[in-house]
Design a protein around this ligand. Sequence first.
Ligand SMILES: [Zn+2]
Length: 99
Amino acid sequence: MAYCPYCNRWFKNKQAVRAHLKHCPLKPNKNKIDFEKLFLQFLKVLPKMEVRENGIPKKEIVKWLKIPEETVEELRQWITKNEYSPVLKLMIAGLRQRA
Ligand SMILES: [Zn+2]
């Protein structure tokens, strides 16, 4: 018997584990963007960004986070999906008041 170190499922042998690892849902994917990390980076540079009436221009985020526009869009979706939008709106409102 051998088990998968990510999801802890048991398999009959090491070969079966190797086959499973190609599809294991809990195995970290190196090509996948870590949006949690990216979001934290975004928060760190947020006070330095230019804030407009309708929010932060995409170009500002591209410039500060050094990510392509598609990734900015994906980050935006991630923020919405994880319900961080209300807190972000508060922060942006605060920044606009300061300006
Ligand atoms: Zn697994």
